[in-house]
Design a protein around this ligand. Structure first.
Ligand SMILES: Nc1ncnc2c1ncn2[C@@H]1O[C@H](COP(=O)(O)OP(=O)(O)OP(=O)(O)O)[C@@H](O)[C@H]1O
Length: 250
């Protein structure tokens, strides 16, 4: 229809409309302190996009991700999402005293998989994580894993099913090169299945390799939104460092 020609034909999965997020904490018996972490952020994310969130420490990236996941209320503005977004954080709640195997089952249930689906995908999840590459770690308690192993297992559990919106907070940075390659492929597949992936990372290389679009947050404000390579280039110019030195080696 000609009169609708100006409308974006893509399907939005997340719309943030003038979002403000403020943390309020008690700072004494009768006083509170508040931190205005996200300030008037607006964007629309569409099916099939992988969007990187970049910015200095404390710029509001994790806060925005948690709000999109529905774990933090906005103090002003609205966030609309399609389906139930899945948040995959470095600290996602797996249980240290339980074995990797038990955690795959619990994590799978938390991600909305049925027992039958988990059983069917169990071997793939463990293979993908690579935690059994050097021995039978999956039958050991998770507290015996390195932080990289834990993060890999979390990513593997979350990525085992498709999501309308998958939110990933730094999880990929902890893997080795082979695991990062597998993760990138899996993110591409999730996008091809028409999901939207958000990725918070301090590695500019991870952002440009994994994402087609990036949002740059600066002191809680959205400073730039555009193609990942352009936004990363502007951010690097701002931080005054070249790609080489900002690439986090893990
Ligand atoms: N639970 C909390 N209570 C109070 N203030 C918080 C809380 N979490 C974060 N903040 C504050 O909100 C601001 C944004 O933090 P956030 O963790 O979202 O930034 P970030 O960009 O993800 O940082 P980083 O790159 O260091 O992970 C910071 O000033 C931080 O101190």
């Amino acid at each position: 229809m000609a009169e609708h020609a100006h409308l974006d034909p893509r399907t939005p999965t997340v719309v943030a409309d003038g979002v403000h997020i403020t943390y309020t904490e008690r700072s004494g018996p009768r006083s509170t302190r508040s931190v205005h972490a996200v300030k008037g952020v607006s964007f629309a994310a569409y099916r099939g996009e992988a969007i990187g969130l970049i910015g200095l420490n404390g710029s509001g990236k994790s806060t925005l991700l948690k709000a999109v996941a529905g774990l933090l209320p906005t103090s002003e503005g609205r966030i609309y999402t399609q389906g139930r977004p899945a948040l995959l954080g470095v600290n996602a709640a797996l249980m240290g005293d339980l074995t990797g195997e038990r955690n795959v089952i619990l994590g799978g249930l938390a991600m909305g998989m049925s027992r039958r689906e988990i059983t069917a995908r169990y071997a793939d999840i463990v293979d993908f994580s690579g935690i059994n590459d050097k021995g039978d770690f999956v039958s050991l308690p998770m507290r015996t894993y390195s932080s990289g192993m834990g993060a890999r297992l979390r990513f593997s559990i979350a990525a085992a099913r498709s999501h309308d919106v998958l939110l990933i907070d730094e999880a990929l940075a902890t893997g080795d090169a082979a695991f990062r390659r597998r993760s990138r492929q899996r993110i591409d597949e999730l996008r091809a299945e028409a999901g939207t992936v958000f990725l918070v990372s301090h590695s500019n290389t991870t952002i440009t390799e994994t994402c087609d679009r990036a949002l740059w947050l600066e002191a809680g404000e959205l400073r730039m939104d555009g193609p990942a390579d352009e936004v990363v280039a502007a951010y690097e110019h701002f931080t005054g460092t070249a790609t080489k030195t900002t690439t986090k080696r893990t």
